[in-house]
Design a protein. Structure first.
Length: 459
């Protein structure tokens, strides 16, 4: 499931390197190669030329090795043989956004949430559709139809407004996209087959435009019209994410949050909606955050316990280590919410053993070891992550290293690490560096350099 919050909650726990900037991250890099669609890996120029020559749109999967939803799509959806019949419909491109070689694409088509799927008109290099998050095979097939319709033109009514909203969102105009998508919902008949998808896209556009209150209000008003489906689940998650982003003190915040919490609990209750385990996990994630916003520690822990029990069960059923690793980041978050970091350590240790080229398990283990008081183990795990990590994700690994050094009372070492991270950030393509992350590193460094942070310093 698309998680508007996960990018913020999880990005601090993993990171990237210069020396391995273009090496494969893990077995996940081969996931598309094993599937029924002929994805071209990390070569936009070649894929664009192929699409122009064939006269078809270009479908792009932008993903990252740290993104659990990306890995879920690659392990459970893009491997589905039912997609084989669509192989000639598009030229297919996969882009690992950790790789510096893909910065040019990101400059032209910025990625805010992972995964994001683009359908691009190769004639004008224009994004016809931009969709962030997960999808089932039937949902992907609807996206294929919508992308082709936009490519060919000729849509009318609500369908035309949906296509216009998709194009505006693809052009990074979320406010204008939200307006078009709102009109599509208003104009469409009650039984419009794309109502759920249009609502998902509208809520995403409103979130992108920072229209958090209208987004949550629209979710409350429109979700009852959406059939019990993954569209409903995604709409609930997007709406609740908007409610959680409403500034503290706003009079509507609590009521909207509580209304959407109730809808999220209903989506998780029987009868079960057909969705991947990762999608269900995303709902637990926002429910935990909603309880935290209410300062309900006991309630957050209760949801986290349900969440972790669910994840442990799903991981036990995973068909291979790559599929099992989909659940690692959320198992880590749930265990941390429970203040039981040691509960997730065996799973991450197994992932590191099974996926020796993947930087994520040791990066996450470093955090869990630190929280468990195993500081030597934390530093060693961080060393292993730094040896494997790619591109801008190195910044997060270095930030985690500074946290370990602070816990070891090595303030000088932490300062040096953060200075290294900020120096490294300046060498990276701007499209692949988060200003928020750089600001966080600068703030952490300033805090460590302040007199109060130095033992024995004068006040």
């Amino acid at each position: 499931m698309r998680s508007l919050l996960a990018c913020l909650f999880l990005s601090g726990s993993i990171a990237c390197t210069a020396t391995n900037a273009n090496a494969p991250a893990s077995a996940s890099a081969e996931a598309h190669a094993e599937g029924p669609l002929p994805f071209i890996p990390d070569d936009y120029a070649r894929a664009l030329a192929d699409a122009k020559a064939k006269g078809v749109p270009l479908f792009v999967d932008t993903w990252a090795p740290w993104c659990h939803t990306c890995r879920s799509m690659r392990a459970y959806v893009f491997t589905d043989k039912a997609l084989a019949k669509h192989a000639d419909r598009f030229v297919w491109l996969e882009l690992n956004t950790d790789l510096t070689q893909n910065a040019t694409f990101q400059e032209k088509y910025p990625v805010e949430f992972w995964p994001t799927f683009f359908i691009i008109d190769p004639r004008e290099e224009k994004a016809l559709l931009r969709f962030a998050g997960s999808a089932t095979v039937p949902q992907l097939e609807r996206l294929f139809e919508d992308g082709e319709r936009a490519y060919q033109g000729g849509a009318t009514g609500a369908e035309a407004l949906l296509a216009r909203g998709d194009a505006l969102y693809g052009e990074r105009k979320p406010a204008e996209a939200a307006e078009a998508l709102s009109l599509a919902l208003a104009e469409a008949p009650a039984d419009w087959s794309r109502r759920g998808r249009a609502l998902e896209s509208l809520l995403m556009a409103q979130y992108g435009a920072k229209q958090y209150v209208p987004c949550a209000q629209k979710a409350v008003a429109e979700l009852p019209k959406v059939p019990r489906s993954l569209n409903l689940a995604n709409g609930v998650l997007n709406g609740l994410s908007c409610a959680l982003a409403i500034p503290e003190g706003s009079p509507e915040a609590a009521d909207l949050r509580h209304a959407l919490e109730a809808k999220a609990r209903d989506v998780l209750a029987p009868p079960a909606i057909d969705m991947e385990a990762d999608d269900r996990s995303g709902l637990y994630e926002v429910l935990v955050e909603a309880r935290k916003q209410d300062k309900d520690t006991a309630g957050a822990k209760q949801v986290a316990q349900e969440w972790l029990t669910f994840l442990e069960g799903e991981a036990a059923k995973a068909p291979n280590p790559e599929a099992r690793s989909v659940f690692d980041s959320h198992r880590m978050l749930a265990a941390m919410t429970l203040e039981q970091p040691q509960r997730a350590i065996p799973a991450l240790e197994q992932s590191e053993k099974d996926l020796p080229q993947d930087y994520n398990p040791p990066a996450r283990l470093a955090t869990l070891y630190r929280l468990s008081g195993r500081l030597d183990d934390a530093l060693a795990a961080n060393d292993r992550a730094l040896a494997r990590v790619q591109g801008a994700r190195r910044l997060s690994v270095l930030s985690g290293r500074a946290d370990i050094q602070v816990a070891r009372k090595d303030t000088a070492g932490a300062v040096k690490t953060l200075e290294e991270a900020l120096t490294f950030a300046k060498t990276l393509p701007a499209a692949q560096v988060s200003p928020r992350q750089v600001e966080s590193l600068e703030k952490k460094l300033a805090g460590l350099k302040s007199p109060a942070a130095v033992p024995g310093a004068a006040p």
